[in-house]
Design a protein around this ligand. Structure first.
Ligand code: NAI
Length: 467
């Protein structure tokens, strides 16, 4: 491959792209990573997963101090919020991590290129940046991620009508906030501002929240979030938004038909999904055609229809999740190096970092029913877990779904404190093709929240011990 400037050129330095670049370099390939923004890490590090988790954590601590510590005999008074400091902490975390990515690329001898990359033909990319140049590479990995989907009639200005980027950087706590979309972003950002004192109303098109997650999880989360004073308007369509002197007036109507209504708020967060970011990439120069959802079609090896051009992460099919992109980045790099990189898409966990968290891996009950697969279900409530009681974290449950014939674990769904961490056990078991009995016969530390996973696995065979 030495006739090229690089063996591998990765376009995009988000979690998919920078990980692909590191892995390619580890495998001895001369690798470059091109990014159009000055900081590395993509949406996840700069305006997504990481800053949102900083705000989620701090706002949860604030809510704990105000509302929950007294129950444990810790009396605090005069708990006040310094939003500037909270934001400064978030910015400091983001700054350190994005610099960390730059350090990782350097350590692995990945050449960093700055600018907007556009394919101009097989193995050729034009980079428009501080200085425009053309580079050639034996393999190209497209890892350009996704952008917020727009909503007709609700024009984002990042001032009063926000995407998640604006919602991560509000200068003051709004009195009233509307969130359009009850998915991951809507519920996480809605939780942050609700805990800080905003009156949050979530408007969702469907008649349930968290589409794609197990129905029982969605029902429970809906109940728990309402208890936190987040209001929901389900089965409701936003038809327009108008700037007023005080903020925004939203027009909405029931999806099933009926009277339209308005809602006056100070800010609106539009969180109706994200779409693949393929604009200006020059895909037609190598003959790549997008699918009906605007994604780049790839095969199992993550190679597109254009030989030597690979695509991973949010621009290809599957959940738009950083960890899924990372796995695909590693697999694509290994395939480019002549290996056999592979991603098991059946075992990609999904986590909603609200309080409590909701986490899932594998199939939902609805999906099992639709696929006509016989399954057994085991449930265990955190209210029956000693550690959860000690922590006042009794909301939620673990549900294990196992094949009725083989007992193989097909799905695990958790609502509860640290569900996002607890799910890792289920992912590992599923990755090894394990059964509910495998979990049930594995010794779990006592007292720990993990025991609820074991008990739910025991419950699959009707032999939970503590309920
Ligand atoms: P989403 O797809 O999770 O949820 C969007 C919601 O908006 C859905 O419930 C949908 O029914 C609803 N919706 C669509 N059009 C609507 C309309 N016109 N009116 C009212 N509701 C409407 O998308 P979201 O929350 O924007 O997140 C985007 C992506 O970012 C997701 O794919 C998610 O995986 C990822 N993400 C992941 C996080 C995590 O892993 N914790 C956190 C934040 C985002």
């Amino acid at each position: 491959m030495s006739e090229h400037d690089f063996d591998v050129l990765v376009i995009g330095a988000g979690p998919g792209g920078y990980v692909a670049a590191i892995r390619a370099a580890q495998l001895g390939l001369r690798t470059a990573c091109v990014e159009r923004t000055p900081t590395l890490g993509g949406t996840c590090l700069n305006v997504g997963c990481i800053p949102s988790k900083a705000l989620l954590h701090t706002s949860e601590e604030y809510a704990h101090a105000r509302k929950h510590l007294a129950r444990h005999g810790v009396m605090v008074s005069d708990v006040t919020l310094d939003l500037d400091k909270m934001m400064a902490h978030k910015d400091q975390v983001v700054g350190a991590l994005t610099k960390g990515v730059a350090g990782l690329l350097e350590k692995n001898d990945v050449t960093r290129l700055e600018g907007h990359a556009r394919l101009t033909g097989p193995g050729t990319v034009e980079i428009e940046g501080p200085e425009t140049r053309t580079v050639t590479a034996g393999a190209i990995v497209i890892a350009t991620g996704s952008v917020s989907s727009p909503l007709a009639g609700v024009d984002v200005d990042e001032e009063c009508i926000l995407t998640s980027t604006g919602a991560l950087a509000l200068a003051e706590v709004p009195e009233r906030m509307a969130v359009i979309g009850a998915g991951y972003i809507g519920l996480e950002m809605g939780s942050v501002w609700s805990r800080l004192g905003a009156k949050v109303t979530v408007i969702e098109f469907l008649d349930r929240i968290l589409p794609g997650m197990d129905g029982e999880v969605a029902t429970q989360m809906h109940r728990l979030l309402r208890r936190q004073k987040i209001a929901f308007k389900l089965g409701t369509k936003v038809t327009g938004a108008e700037r007023t002197n005080e903020g925004v007036r939203l027009a909405m109507e029931p999806v099933a038909g009926g009277e339209s209504a308005t809602l006056d708020v100070d800010v609106v967060l539009v969180a109706v999904g994200r779409r693949p970011n393929t604009e200006g990439l020059g895909l037609d120069s190598v003959g790549i055609e997008l699918d009906a959802q605007g994604r780049i079609p790839v095969g199992e090896r993550f190679e597109t229809s254009a030989p030597g051009v690979y695509a991973i992460g949010d621009v290809v099919a599957g959940p738009m999740l950083a960890h899924k992109a990372e796995e695909e980045g590693v697999a694509a790099a290994e395939n480019i190096a002549g290996g056999s990189g592979h991603v098991n898409h059946e075992t990609i966990p999904g986590v909603v970092y609200t309080a409590p968290e909701a986490a899932a891996v594998g199939m939902t009950e609805e999906a099992l029913e639709e696929a006509d697969i016989d399954y057994n279900v085991g449930r265990f409530p955190f209210a029956a877990n000693g550690r959860a009681r000690a922590m006042s974290a009794t909301d939620g449950f673990v549900k294990v779904l196992a094949d009725a014939e083989t007992d193989r674990v097909l799905g695990v769904h958790i609502v509860g404190r640290d569900a996002g961490t607890l799910i890792a056990e289920a992912v590992a078991v599923m990755e090894f093709g394990g059964s509910a009995e495998d979990i049930a016969r594995t010794c779990h530390a006592h007292p720990s929240l993990n025991e609820a996973v074991k008990e739910a696995a025991l419950a699959v065979a009707g032999r939970a011990l503590h309920v």
